[in-house]
Design a protein around this ligand. Structure first.
Ligand SMILES: [Zn+2]
Length: 261
């Protein structure tokens, strides 16, 4: 398909319908499953990149962000002269939907605490991380997406997970993981953190604050993005986030454009 260089900015304004994955939409063009690539960008501290696609869905690859991280490292990063801009949370904001919860609180760095509670065999898992480039690579990037076998047909019927297979999705059945071994014993909740970081990338800047999520998902993640974008009194844009380890880091941009096929 040829859309003649049509561009969609990965920002909150362009978030489209949200179910199993996050999609961006502008003028009728819908790009889906953007969260793993955007998560890798934030995880690696990359602010500026142009992503060329010849498809309306990002490649699922192995279901994690690791292949994107490897490509970014392979291409290399370049420091830009301009200082990196952050979105610093000034006031707490909490979003609830039934037993689902997500919140952002003022904090010196970017940290995420996530809890999930799925049917067995996943059950309850919790994971917490103070984000840094090294920890993103070692603790989050490799965590793969997952799905319950009973939902597989339903998702295919909805036209989702077209490229999904046992090579790129952890398939969970009531008996356990069908295509093990897992990369981490708590790979499920780690993947949710990876997704959350990718969805919050739609704020357009790296967050300075503490994000807490309980049984959330893409809809809750993007609800938090919308709340923040709607109410500018909750945050400020700053290039000097006090207390942050990588204080006033210059922007990084990808040396080579990441091209996906
Ligand atoms: Zn995901």
């Amino acid at each position: 398909m040829d859309l003649d260089g049509f561009e969609i900015e990965a920002i909150g304004r362009n978030v489209a319908k949200v179910s199993y994955a996050t999609s961006l939409q502008k003028k009728g063009v819908l790009i889906s499953t953007t969260e793993h690539l955007l998560s890798a960008f934030i995880g690696m501290g990359l602010d500026n990149a142009i992503v060329e696609l010849d498809n309306l869905e990002l490649p699922i690859l192995d279901g994690s962000a690791r292949p994107f991280v490897d490509m970014i490292l392979g291409a290399g990063l370049r420091q830009q002269r301009r200082k990196r801009a952050y979105l610093k949370i000034l006031q707490q904001v909490e979003v609830r939907d039934g037993d689902k919860f997500i919140a952002a609180y003022p904090a010196p760095g970017y940290s995420v605490a996530y809890k999930i509670n799925f049917a067995p065999p996943i059950g309850e898992q919790a994971f917490e991380i103070d984000l840094s480039r090294d920890l993103y690579r070692s603790e989050l990037a490799a965590a793969r997406t997952f799905g319950f076998l009973r939902e597989e047909q339903a998702m295919k019927n909805m036209g989702l997970i077209r490229g999904a297979s046992e090579e790129n999705v952890i398939v969970v059945t009531s008996d356990g993981v069908k295509n093990g071994p897992l990369r981490f014993s708590d790979e499920f909740v780690r993947h949710k953190v990876l997704d959350l970081i990718g969805d919050l990338a739609l704020l357009g800047k790296q967050v300075v604050g503490r994000i807490v999520a309980d049984r959330a998902g893409h809809a809750m993640h993007t609800a938090l993005v919308s709340r923040l974008l709607k109410d500018h009194s909750l945050w400020e844009e700053t290039t000097e986030p006090s207390g942050l380890v990588q204080e006033s880091t210059p922007e990084l941009t990808a040396l080579t454009q990441t091209s996906q096929t």
